[in-house]
Design a protein around this ligand. Structure first.
Ligand SMILES: O=C(O)CCC(=O)C(=O)O
Ligand SMILES: [Fe+2]
Length: 222
């Protein structure tokens, strides 16, 4: 399931984040790419040593933790601290698959996330393109919105031809490893919540809740 989630950051958080990043120094992003992705990665990133990194990470971590839709769709077990990337004119990230295993902390990447930080009218290009069996799909979301997609996909970032694209990216090990199972749980959860809002705690609501809870019991791993 590929899902776009609006308003991960509120306006104040977005403005604080952008203000910190505008003053920060970025370094070549190749250092943190796998050996094959390195060949196609042409961007810059906020280094570990950056004074801005910890506070920006705190803002984004807190926003992800409180966001009910993100929690429901992703079922996070481990969320990596975000990487902040900056693409200037001419920069891109060619087709690659994300590393399956990541270290410090050791985790499996199940879900990849891009949180768009720049207003899309301020830069040209820079779409995140995800390959699917239906073909390629391009995403360029409003600032503060995120896309979550299976880490198993091939994807790329188109060349930025005007302006600057700032984004936060991270990877999540989900409690539910299988994307199809995650989608079933997400649909059931959405259905039971809609039912609850419409008609309260009816016997039908209880039955769907029971199935949802029992599938969650069968499919979670940690
Ligand atoms: O910036 C993006 O939208 C995605 C970046 C990416 O694919 C990666 O860092 O592995
Ligand atoms: Fe990637």
């Amino acid at each position: 399931m590929i899902l776009c989630i609006g308003n991960i950051l509120n306006l104040t958080e977005l403005e604080t984040t952008i203000a910190k990043l505008e003053m920060a120094e970025f370094v070549d992003g190749k250092a943190t790419a796998g050996w094959h992705a390195r060949q196609v990665k042409h961007n810059t990133q906020l280094p570990q040593s950056s004074p801005a990194l910890a506070s920006v990470r705190n803002i984004i971590d807190a926003a992800l933790q409180r966001h009910a839709l993100f929690q429901m769709a992703v079922r996070p077990y481990i969320v990596r601290p975000v990487t902040i990337s900056r693409y200037e004119i001419g920069m891109s990230y060619g087709t690659h698959v994300d590393n399956a295993l990541m270290y410090d902390p050791l985790m499996r990447s199940d879900v990849s996330m891009t949180l768009f930080l720049s207003n899309p009218t301020t830069y040209e290009g820079g779409e995140l393109i995800i390959e699917s069996t239906q073909g390629e799909v391009a995403f360029k979301l409003p600032a503060g919105s995120a896309i979550v997609y299976p880490s198993s996909t091939l994807h790329r970032v188109e060349t930025v031809t005007q302006g600057v694209r700032l984004a936060a990216v991270t990877w999540i090990q989900s409690l539910v490893r299988d994307p199809q199972q995650r989608e079933i749980l997400f649909d059931l959860d959405t259905a039971r919540q809609t039912l609850f809002e419409a008609s309260g705690k009816t016997p039908v609501f209880d039955l769907i809740s029971k199935s949802h809870a029992n599938l969650l019991r069968q499919w979670t791993e940690f």
